[in-house]
Write a protein that binds this ligand. Structure first.
Ligand code: NAD
Ligand code: ZN
Ligand code: ZN
Length: 344
């Protein structure tokens, strides 16, 4: 008899997910089967379910790219992991390994990359098929629930801060203190940076202060750019925009110091106006950053093993997914919701 599993499936963009009973998939050649213990809910899952981006996933699909679980079955030819290993199935589900980007360790932009919970079914399900060459190896000492947010929110904010090229003692702004940002604050402090947190919600900013932020600015009140420029004495050397909101992007460019770098990771649909004269005359770099490589993953996890970064999590069952999405949409999730499969 075929074994069944529960999964939360997007059948139509912009409609509630449907909890379904599906057959547990069989790992094929070079694949593994992972029994899910926990999966974080990223704002990207919401963009995916709404069909927000130009490249849309094929319907139906199962979202989730912060799935952590135990390897329970190996397809033939698998040597990179063994049965019983705890792994994470991330956004970078697989890449070709041979193109110019893969060879340069820029594998996240491989033209043949597959994306977990987007072009491949993801972790909003009791089992996940994964590519053993691209899974995250979860170090002993981290539970599945606390590791889950690190394999997208953690790696993305950590890599984004690195991409600002800010040096210890420099100022970094993080705009958006949600799932990504609350981890970004901790990475920035562990990396020896001065950190100014920007959000539109005083509760998120109070949390940033508890996590070590040196200054906070509420972008809803007054001129946020002027406040940041004042606090940082001329603008931040590095700015990381995680906010899923277009006005935050133009503001972020304005908060960047001369010769500084503004890194964009938030992905609200649309475009933002670029103040061309300021960018040119102040020699500002604007760059995108897309999750991180497997090496970035190992580094991002190591901070947590050292106790320097800890995700703030709220556990919920898979059946609550539509309520969680509604809260995420309205900015009502404090940091990160993690679907907990361990009690099922
Ligand atoms: P989240 O909903 O947990 O957090 C977003 C935060 O932004 C909230 O605290 C909210 O209050 C704040 N915010 C909203 N409007 C703002 C504004 N105008 N100014 C400042 N702050 C504002 O979302 P998340 O899971 O952290 O994801 C954030 C974004 O990053 C999403 O668009 C997601 O798709 C994207 N993302 C990108 C990558 C990547 O590789 N580039 C990876 C993961 C997520
Ligand atoms: Zn994500
Ligand atoms: Zn490639």
């Amino acid at each position: 008899m075929t074994q069944k599993m529960q999964a939360a499936v997007v059948e139509q963009f912009g409609k509630p997910l449907v909890i379904k009973e599906l057959p547990v998939p069989e790992p094929g050649l070079g694949q593994i089967l992972v029994k899910t213990e926990a999966c974080g809910v990223c704002h990207t899952d919401l963009h995916a379910a709404e069909g927000d981006w130009p490249l849309k996933p094929g319907l139906p699909f199962t979202p989730g790219h912060e799935g952590i679980g135990i390897v329970t079955k190996l397809g033939s030819g698998v040597t990179a992991v063994k049965l019983g290993d705890r792994v994470g199935v991330p956004w970078l589900y697989s890449a070709c390994g041979h193109c110019e980007y893969c060879l340069a360790a820029h594998e996240t932009v491989c033209p043949d990359a597959q994306f977990g919970g987007y072009t491949k079914n993801g972790g909003f399900a009791e089992y996940i098929i994964a590519d053993p060459n691209y899974v995250a190896h979860i170090p002993a000492g981290l539970s599945a629930q606390e590791a889950a947010p690190l394999i997208c929110a953690g790696i993305t904010s950590y890599k984004g801060i690195k991409e600002t090229n800010a040096k210890p003692g420099n100022w970094v702004v993080i705009s958006g203190i949600g799932g990504l940002g609350h981890l970004g604050v901790q990475y920035a402090k562990a990396m020896g940076l001065h950190l100014c947190a920007v959000d539109i919600d005083d509760k998120k900013l109070a949390h940033a202060t508890r996590l070590g932020a040196d200054a906070v600015v509420n972008a809803k009140h007054g001129d946020a750019v002027a406040q940041v420029v004042k606090v940082t004495n001329g603008g931040a050397h590095g700015v990381l925009i995680t906010a899923p909101s277009l006005p935050a992007f133009k503001q972020g460019v304005g908060m960047t110091r001369k010769f500084g770098t503004c890194v964009l990771v938030g992905l609200p649909p649309g475009e933002f106006p670029t103040p061309l004269f300021d960018v040119v005359a102040n020699c500002i770099t604007i760059r995108g950053s897309f999750v991180g490589t497997r090496l970035d993953m190992a580094e991002a996890l190591a901070f947590a093993v050292d106790g320097k970064v800890k995700a703030d999590i709220e556990l919920q069952p898979l059946s609550a997914i539509n309520d969680i999405f509604a809260r995420l949409k309205h900015g009502e999730v404090p940091s990160r919701v993690v679907l907990d499969f361990s009690q099922a």
